[in-house]
Design a protein around this ligand. Sequence first.
Ligand SMILES: *[C@@H]1O[C@H](CO)[C@@H](O)[C@H](O)[C@H]1NC(C)=O
Ligand SMILES: *[C@@H]1O[C@H](CO)[C@@H](O)[C@H](O)[C@H]1NC(C)=O
Length: 234
Amino acid sequence: MKAPTLLFLGVWLNFQCGGLAFSSSCSYPPAKWCSSLDSALKCGVIKECLASNFTRSHQKADNVQVGFYYESLCPACRSFLSLMLFPTWLMLNDIMTVTLVPFGNAQEKPDGQKYIFECQHGEQECLGNMIETCLLNMTDMAFLIIFCMESSSDVITGAKQCVELYKPELDWNTVMNCVKGDLGNQLMHQNALNTRALDPPHEYVPWVTINGVSMRGFQGFQENLLYKSYCHKE
Ligand SMILES: *[C@@H]1O[C@H](CO)[C@@H](O)[C@H](O)[C@H]1NC(C)=O
Ligand SMILES: *[C@@H]1O[C@H](CO)[C@@H](O)[C@H](O)[C@H]1NC(C)=O
């Protein structure tokens, strides 16, 4: 029942930064398939590439930990999450754990016991980040709901419908209580700390780590099509 919905949502293709084109086709020669995450994804061989790389360098080859540092309204984050990260995870969730950290280029300032957040794309983005942060704390369906939000035409107005679609027993008011309350504030502060702890620090979002290692070091990754539309630190 849910497959057609996923397909429908997955065809969201409305990029605000312009010039961003995803090709699902593999234009790399076989020798280059494992030269970058992008080529591995496009050529459908990421599992093989990751296995061959991480079998050699890591003992727990069966569990690839992907960290995804992003912000809810950054166009490149939305595209990457909807068109690359989520579909890959759907296929590989047996060997792949994804940790989503919605914060990105936001700033926080202490305000008494709480924090005030300022987001690159304004208050709506802070709201989107907070909804997603609360969902991650509240339901194991969070990735699916966040994918639904990020791939819908409006991340914020899509949120309630996405929760109703994938976690109907989760009351929207419960989510909003977290969003507006101390829990959301503390969870977002954790996201800020986790983002700040990146070593090397992120330079743009989305910022991807694999087993704790920044994907920036992966040959070819930063030169790919996506890079031009990444949301850089201001
Ligand atoms: C939700 O957040 C609380 C407070 O930080 C934490 O104790 C709890 O383990 C979190 N639950 C999940 C499922 O992440
Ligand atoms: C595999 O390892 C090589 C050499 O260390 C590296 O250049 C390449 O980017 C890696 N590819 C993937 C997909 O991890």
